[in-house]
Ligand binder design. Structure first.
Ligand SMILES: *Cc1c(COP(=O)(O)O)cnc(C)c1O
Length: 242
């Protein structure tokens, strides 16, 4: 299949998931994750109508984004979805329109400072570890429903980050564990949405965006309320090794 056909298939799958759950496809933003794939592949996806792209490494984006700009004058929106070291915060700010992976106060402060120096605010999502997997980045919220200590810690972190002047906190992001069937991932997505609802009322903060769902599980994530899905392999094919 061509990238064009793959994009159409992913869009149809999103539309089906929306139909099953009474949602509107225009409320779900498709972010094509182009990591390891060349600028030419991004160009093809852009030709197929994709407007949002994501990368997981600053270094790769530093070379790829200018190459993409040389191929198309389309105004594309770039999302940083991978773990971001705080010493790369300034570089990331210059490359990306939204950072999905804000997972520590330290990183949030660096981003905010860099943005404030440029008299701008950067859109961010807070990465939440809802499943409690040790290997995951993200602010830990595992067990928040039962454990008042966890709730206190996570809401305090969120409150501090939300007050930073250079950030505009738009919502939450999570990564589901890698599982063999997408049904197994559903509780993570349901859990992120429930956590979001609780955080909104606890903090008095609007958190409209939920970034959740990848190639193996995005239909279920859409059913559970994702407003952004991060799809790589279903659009670009298997990743080239780097
Ligand atoms: C690579 C990546 C994706 C896309 O993964 P696929 O399984 O290829 O769809 C989504 N989110 C993050 C954070 C990633 O690093």
């Amino acid at each position: 299949m061509s990238i064009d056909e793959r994009v159409a298939a992913v869009r149809a799958t999103i539309a089906d998931a929306c139909a099953r759950s009474g949602r509107t496809p225009s409320d779900v933003t498709l972010i094509a994750i182009s990591k390891t794939h060349p600028a030419a592949a991004v160009f093809q996806a852009a030709q197929a109508g994709v407007q949002h792209f994501g990368e997981n490494r600053v270094e790769e984006a530093e070379t790829k984004l200018p190459s993409v700009r040389a191929l198309t004058s389309d105004a594309l929106t770039w999302h940083m979805v991978g773990h971001l070291q705080s010493r790369k915060a300034r570089d990331a700010l210059l490359l990306f329109d939204m950072i999905h992976s804000v997972d520590t106060l330290k990183l949030a402060e660096k981003l905010s400072r860099a943005a404030s120096e440029r008299e701008k605010r950067i859109d961010v999502l807070l990465e939440i570890n809802i499943s409690g997997e040790d290997s995951k980045y993200g602010i830990s919220a595992a067990g928040w429903e039962r454990d008042a200590q966890v709730r206190l810690a996570v809401f305090n972190s969120m409150r501090e980050i939300a007050m930073l002047p250079g950030l505009r906190v738009r919502g939450l992001m999570t990564m589901a564990p890698i599982v063999s069937t997408m049904e197994t991932a559903r509780p993570v997505f349901t859990g992120l949405r429930a956590f979001r609802d609780a955080a909104q009322s606890e903090l008095g903060l609007a958190l409209p965006d939920l970034s959740m769902g990848m190639t193996d599980d995005f239909p279920v994530a859409v059913e559970e309320g994702a407003t952004m899905v991060r799809v790589g392999r279903a659009i670009f094919g298997e990743r080239q090794s780097v």
